[in-house]
Ligand binder design. Structure first.
Ligand SMILES: [Ca+2]
Length: 92
């Protein structure tokens, strides 16, 4: 669990290059490198742009750590549904 949290933090920090926000290009790269297997449309620039705008709560054109956590929460939520479904299928 600790490792998972560390990965969430270091992924943001390394893509933001130590800054407080992910700019558009860095956000796109981060999504493509980390979420291409669990998210649809990561090869579409417009879909990523749309995702970024959806996360950008303060409308500054960049993704803060807090806004990034919204994405992690969203991904975790959709993953939990899949895990739940497969758990129920496996159970008698
Ligand atoms: Ca923002």
């Amino acid at each position: 669990m600790e490792e998972a949290v560390k990965t969430i933090v270091t992924t943001f920090v390394s893509h933001a290059k130590g800054k407080e926000n992910l700019k558009s290009g860095a956000f796109k790269k981060m999504v493509q490198q980390n979420f291409s297997s669990i998210m649809e449309d990561t090869d579409s620039s417009s879909a990523i742009k749309e995702m970024q705008q959806g996360l950008d709560a303060n409308d500054d054109g960049e993704v803060s750590f807090q806004e990034y956590l919204t994405l992690i929460g969203y991904v975790a939520n959709s993953m939990s549904k899949k895990v739940c479904d497969s758990y129920q299928v496996a159970a008698p």
